[in-house]
Design a protein around this ligand. Structure first.
Ligand code: BES
Ligand code: MN
Length: 869
């Protein structure tokens, strides 16, 4: 029977299949498109669910259940993992069984979790603390326990096993039962009658340790509470249903147990409310196929069978309504939520059906078997969750299209996520003019988003074909009177660094399609700087809705930051009237020092980007024909010139370059010591001593540096050519009190004077491409104080200890930071939203969902409270 395959622990076998790349279905069995859809009366439009997130484990996912806040998943190696439905962070992982966790069942208002497994045990857990309440087992060898349910009314758990039995345990009566003997515990039995082998005879190696819980938690099934041969096959699945009134079988309002077996039969069992005992009341036969999965909606029972079939019975009339062969392999999972039914098969395909069992959509959800599923409603969305032997849990938004597009029902975080996904889809690359139209569209989308959430918004044109600046203002209602007229300016940028879109190299996901994986959002610009900009937009928007905004929050979101903020100074000066006065400036465009400790950034280095070109008046030449010592080559001149910039150990040799660098004060020294102490024992830093860490941070943050980014040559660049011209891109990071204009002059005149001593007839050309002044904020001012309070509150939620942010500086540059301070006479503060591992400017740029949501919460607090200071 092929139905054996996926459910036996031997076959939850780890698939070495990588995470599906863009859900590519190549090389996999493909579920045929549905034929029945057309029969059922009128074509139903295909509505593809959207993948909200995917979390990866290191083994197959065999069971799933979902509460209002959490996803519980059971693994092949006996763990139960718990993920947050909001942030997709792993909140817990426990070694729950010595065998595959085959079924999970939440009961008692989601406070208790039942797990059944290949170790012949049913464990009962506190669903929040994961305290093991009971461990239930049978003295018989039952083999794998495929299914478990619990009746809260009767306080009785029922389970179905591989030895064809159904057994139950009445927790009300547990204290009346004799205490079990330890030797009867399944882990003490040496020879298991059942040790299910999959095709090929592989068995799953069981963990060696035999951990038996203390006997006070052990509960042994009364031999009277067993129905042997409940099926003529394995008992694969169970449902506990509340009977509608007026049913002939069972009592009104009572419960009934349904079981599905490898014998192709669904049995309906009445339950004696006094004893919890079950009696077979009726059998429904599905023919030769095993019943692998069941779901019920009202009186309609949907059964997933072996070989791709789905049977539907109306329990009211006990009639078989339909039998469809839609999937091409075993239908291992069925789930119901509202009016939707989901089926998932061993081919990796899921299907969504409506109540009339018309087909709505079909999509590949896993690159292996779908072994488990669950469904729930959350913030107006229909959430479908699948687990498979590709080691993934996938979370889908399966809402109907019309509903999916309406933002009104969504939670605020869902709306933020949805908007970010849209914003990331615009290829707003500022360095390449061919993306100018994408940039304009991105800017227009942002402008509309500001308006939708209650701001006034316009695009400020930049001169010379530069990307526009989005200017927006959320008007404070000034209820606190004294705050009226105050303004916080949030500065950010919507432009991004280019990202390679060719498959196979570089990115794991598509860079301009926001993709959720393991608690992170992947996409170009998600951290630098689209995510933080939207966190700020939603923070202000929500405060307006809550009528909690006193002051004005103004936004300048530019589209040229990655290109040195070309045109920004001009545009701001031209629009001075519109922009008006500013009291504080906030930025959110950098990263924490590591991945764990929240930080505040009080300094950025400045930068000078220059291009140095040496060219001759001759064309590209053949080196064999023309190469000679008397023929001065531009590339050799350039390399010799670049060599004058630094000593062989990397010290910058421009005369006077380092003189203005501010000396380290004792107070500053202390700040660095504090940071060093906070991180010295962390794994990322453990290879360095405290003194080395301090040195390392100081040289990145408060000392200047020089980089040669690129050296390139003219012509076909093959190894027989003397290039006509050679060029280098270089940059200098500068720090207080180096003066931008002085350093620029020093650089140019030093290169010129060194070059003149070469006596070459090739021409030297130096251009300054862009420049930024360094910025040093005051970590003692009100803006930083307010930020610190907010960071501590938001990141300490749920912790006993309050997390104080680290005050850090950054080696990177934001050209406008110092300019805005000077132009508006207002101090700036900087909230880093991302983690050190965000990969800004690199492949696989990402932002952790928790960081996005918490950054919004922090900015909300600051927008509200800073003006009240
Ligand atoms: N977000 C960065 C600035 C940054 C970089 C902060 C590294 C912290 C660490 C910003 O978007 C950026 O990339 N700036 C450029 C500016 C340049 C193009 C003038 C930079 O630092 O190279
Ligand atoms: Mn950047």
């Amino acid at each position: 029977m092929s139905g054996l395959r996926p459910l036996s622990p031997a076959n939850g076998g780890r698939a070495d299949t990588p995470l599906p790349r863009f859900l590519d279905n190549s090389g996999l069995p493909i579920d045929p498109p549905v034929r029945e859809a057309r029969e059922g009366g009128g074509a139903v439009e295909e509505e593809m669910p959207t993948l909200l997130h995917r979390v990866k484990h290191d083994g197959s996912i065999l069971s799933l259940c979902v509460s209002d806040e959490l996803i519980y998943a059971g693994s092949q190696s006996g763990e139960i993992m718990v993920w947050s439905l909001e942030t997709f962070q792993l909140v817990r992982s426990v070694q729950a069984h010595q065998g595959s966790v085959l079924c999970l069942y939440l009961a008692d208002h989601q406070s208790v979790l039942f797990s059944s497994a290949g170790d012949a045990i049913i464990n009962v857990w506190d669903a929040k603390t994961f305290e093991n309440l009971y461990s239930i087992y049978s003295t018989f060898d039952v083999g794998d326990v495929f299914c478990v349910v619990y009746s809260s009314a009767l306080q009785t758990t029922y389970f179905g096993a591989q030895n064809t039995s159904i057994q139950w345990y009445d927790l009300k009566a547990k204290d009346l039962r004799p205490r079990p003997t330890l030797t009867s515990h399944p882990s003490h039995r040496n020879h298991r009658f059942f040790d299910s082998k999959g095709p090929g005879g592989r068995t799953t190696p069981r963990p060696a340790s035999k951990v038996v819980p203390p006997s006070s938690r052990l509960l042994e099934v009364d031999p009277e509470n067993i129905v042997q041969y409940a099926h003529y096959g394995y008992v694969y699945c169970m449902l506990l249903i509340t009977l509608p009134s007026g049913w002939e079988i069972g009592g009104d309002g009572g419960e009934m147990l349904l079981s599905g077996g490898g014998d192709g039969v669904v049995k309906l069992w009445t339950i004696n409310p006094a004893t919890s005992a079950i009696t077979s009341a009726m059998s429904l036969s599905a023919g030769d196929s095993g019943v692998l999965s069941m779901a019920i909606n009202d009186t309609m029972l949907y059964c997933g069978l072996t070989d791709g079939e789905i049977c539907i019975w109306d329990l009211d009339t006990r009639q078989l309504i339909r039998s469809l062969r839609t999937h091409c392999e075993d239908v291992l999972t069925m789930a119901v939520m509202g009016n939707c039914i989901f089926s998932g098969s061993a081919s990796g395909y899921s299907r969504k059906w409506n109540q009339r069992f018309e087909h709505m959509s079909r999509w590949q959800s896993h690159s292996g078997l779908i072994l488990a599923s669950a469904a729930t409603k959350r913030h107006g969305r229909l959430i479908y969750i699948t687990g498979g032997n590709d080691n993934c849990v996938a979370i889908w938004d399966a809402s109907a299209l019309a509903q999916a597009e309406s933002q009104t029902l969504r939670s605020q975080n869902d709306q933020l996520l949805c908007s970010l996904s849209k914003l990331v889809s615009f290829r707003t690359v500022s360095s390449d003019p061919s993306y100018a139209e994408d940039c304009r569209r991105g800017a227009t989308y942002l402008k509309q988003l500001f308006k939708r959430y209650g701001a006034t918004a316009t695009l400020l044109p930049s001169e010379g074909g530069r990307n526009p600046i989005v200017h927006a203002r959320f008007g404070g209602c000034g209820t606190k009177g004294r705050n009226k007229g105050k303004t916080i300016l949030f500065y950010g940028h919507y432009d991004v660094i280019p990202a390679s879109e060719s498959a196979g190299a570089g990115w794991q996901t598509r860079p301009f399609e926001l993709t959720g994986m393991n608690g992170y959002l992947y996409g170009r610009g998600v951290s630098d700087n689209k995510g933080p900009c939207l966190a700020a937009l939603f923070a202000a928007g929500e405060l307006v809705q809550e009528q909690e905004l006193d002051a004005d929050i103004m936004f300048l979101i530019e589209g040229e930051e990655e290109s040195g903020s070309r045109g920004f100074v001009d545009a701001v000066r031209r629009n001075k009237e519109l922009i008006g006065d500013v009291d504080w400036i906030l930025l959110a465009n950098s990263y924490w020092l590591d991945d764990d400790v929240p930080c505040l950034t009080y300094g950025l280095r400045g930068v000078i980007h220059a291009t140095v070109v040496v060219e001759s008046d001759k064309p590209d030449l053949h080196s064999g024909v023309e190469g000679s010592r008397l023929n001065r080559e531009p590339t050799i001149d350039l390399v010799n010139l670049l060599a004058k910039l630094t000593s062989s150990d990397g010290k910058v040799l421009i005369p006077g370059f380092s003189e203005p660098v501010r000396p380290v004060t004792p107070a500053e020294e202390e700040m660095y010591t504090a940071i060093t102490n906070a991180i010295v024992n962390k794994p990322d830093w453990s290879h360095l001593t405290a003194a080395q860490i301090k040195d390392h941070l100081m040289s990145k943050w408060r000392f200047p540096s020089l980089t040669i980014h690129k050296v390139s040559v003219s012509g076909p660049s093959n190894a027989t050519i003397i290039p006509r011209a050679a060029s280098a891109s270089i940059s200098l990071r500068i720090v207080p009190d180096q003066e931008l204009s002085v350093i620029k002059d020093q650089l140019v005149s030093y290169l010129r004077s060194e070059y003149s001593s070469f006596n070459s007839n090739n021409k030297l050309n130096i251009t300054i491409d862009h420049e930024a002044e360094p910025w040093l904020g005051d970590p003692e001012n009100d803006a930083f104080r307010t930020l610190e309070e907010a960071v501590m509150d938001v990141w300490s939620e749920g912790n006993e200890e309050r997390v104080r942010p680290l005050y850090i500086r950054e080696g990177g540059s934001i050209p406008t930071a110092r300019f805005l301070e000077k132009e508006f006479g207002a101090p700036a503060a900087h909230l880093p939203c991302g983690q050190a591992s965000d990969q800004a400017h690199l492949d696989d740029e990402r932002l952790r969902l928790v960081n996005l949501y918490k950054s919004k919460a922090i900015l909300k607090r600051v927008f509200k409270e800073l003006p009240r200071k």
